[in-house]
Design a binder for this molecule. Structure first.
Ligand code: PMP
Ligand code: GLN
Length: 383
């Protein structure tokens, strides 16, 4: 392979899911629901397929879906979005992120990533010709040191990638923290790429604030989202980017030549899902369901003697494994998968230098209550 691939091997999610299958472990590693998505959405896709919505969609997305995305954003977050000029449908949030980076980076431009980061970010920055610069969240409270962020900005810095609610820490950035980031973006003329795929999976009264809605940020923020998380259909890979028209034009140019378009019937089904959610309790019920599952997994982990860190959003819990005598989180996660029969993700995969990662393990609670109960039983062997 090309030199840009160097340092990027098999993703930790593929590796741990494979190990889970090999050892018949309960997979609380890779983040995806083990319960079905809503019937309404499945039926809408079947209807779309049977209605022969099976040829290429318009490159930037079905008008019906772009309208639903724009209306949803405005209704939820109070900012009007132009579905024709400011929304691009992509093949997952993953493609939205890559299309954005390819659209904005010159060779050698620096992009700030907040550690721990979602594993695709560094690879995508490098593939787009950029150079990642890392700013760590401070464990265990995961606060962001704005001075450290300011110090990481150089004349070559072009963009910052933010993720809120945050995978894997469960942190939901406050309006004050976002304002600090926004001020730096404006001072240094940076583009913010805000990965908000877990915006509907929030707990305990946490409020999700899209960075784009802060004063002065609309023109310089790309908001990335994924219907896979919100409607429990991760395999459909329907994501989107919302951005002001100049940025959207750039993103559409790269998207056009990456995938051209995203699967038509799944777009139509997600339009139906988002239209329904405009007038139903879907988002509140989703958050309530995930609150119950989070609490169930929390109890299971603490019952097994693993202290759990606070989680206000996303579908992941971090457990403190420092008391168990393992040198690395990778060693613990391999042991847990092969010997205990529960798969988890080692968060060191989300650090540029894995040796700087605190000793934690990430567990996904997008699982049926029976799955979590079965995992709890196996985990009790640790206590
Ligand atoms: N960003 C974050 C923070 C994620 O957790 C995920 C899914 N694991 C993605 C992006 C990718 O989303 P998609 O599957 O829609 O490409
Ligand atoms: N986003 C999922 C996670 O964090 C994994 C997605 C993937 O496998 N690429 O677990």
């Amino acid at each position: 392979g090309a030199s840009r691939l160097s340092g990027f091997g098999e993703s930790v999610f593929s590796e741990m899911s494979r190990l889970a299958v090999e050892h018949e472990a309960i997979n609380l590693g890779q983040g995806f629901p083990d319960f079905p998505g809503p019937d309404l959405v499945k039926h809408a896709a079947a209807t779309a397929i049977n209605a022969d919505l099976n040829q290429y969609a318009p490159s930037h997305g079905l008008p019906r879906l772009r309208r639903a995305i724009a209306t949803t954003f405005e209704q939820s977050y109070g900012r009007a979005v132009d579905p024709d000029a400011e929304v691009t449908v992509t093949s997952g949030a993953t493609e939205a992120l890559l299309a954005t980076l390819l659209a904005i980076l010159e060779p050698g431009d620096e992009v700030i990533l907040i550690e721990p980061f979602y594993d695709a970010y560094p690879a995508q920055v490098v593939f787009a010709g950029g150079v990642p610069r890392y700013v760590p969240l401070q464990a265990p409270g995961w606060s962001l040191d704005l001075d450290a962020l300011a110090a990481a900005i150089s004349p070559r810095t072009r963009a910052i990638v933010l993720n809120t609610p945050h995978n894997p820490t469960g942190k939901v950035f406050s309006r004050e923290e976002l304002a600090g980031i926004a001020a730096l973006c404006q001072e240094h003329d940076l583009i913010a790429i805000s990965d908000e795929v877990y915006d509907r999976i929030i707990f305990d009264g946490a409020v999700h604030v899209p960075l784009a809605t802060l004063p002065g940020m609309w023109e310089r923020t790309v908001t990335v989202n994924s219907t896979g998380k919100t409607f429990s259909m991760t395999g459909w890979k329907v994501g989107y980017a919302i951005a002001a028209s100049a940025l959207t034009r750039a993103i559409r140019t790269t998207h056009q030549f990456i995938t051209f378009a995203t699967a038509t019937p799944f777009q139509d089904a997600m339009a139906a899902a988002m239209e329904d959610a405009l007038t139903s309790n879907y988002y509140a019920e989703l958050a309530a369901m995930y609150t119950r599952l989070r609490d169930q997994l929390h109890q299971a982990l603490e019952g097994a003697g693993l202290p759990v860190l606070p989680c206000r959003g996303s579908y992941f819990l971090l457990a403190d494994i420092s008391g168990l005598g393992f040198d690395t989180d990778v060693a613990f996660c391999r042991f847990l998968t092969t010997e205990v029969g529960v798969a988890a993700i080692p968060p060191s995969a989300f650090y540029a230098d894995p040796a700087t990662a605190p000793l934690l393990a990430r567990f996904c609670f997008a699982k049926r209550p029976e799955t979590i109960a079965a995992a709890a039983e196996r985990l009790s062997a640790l206590a």
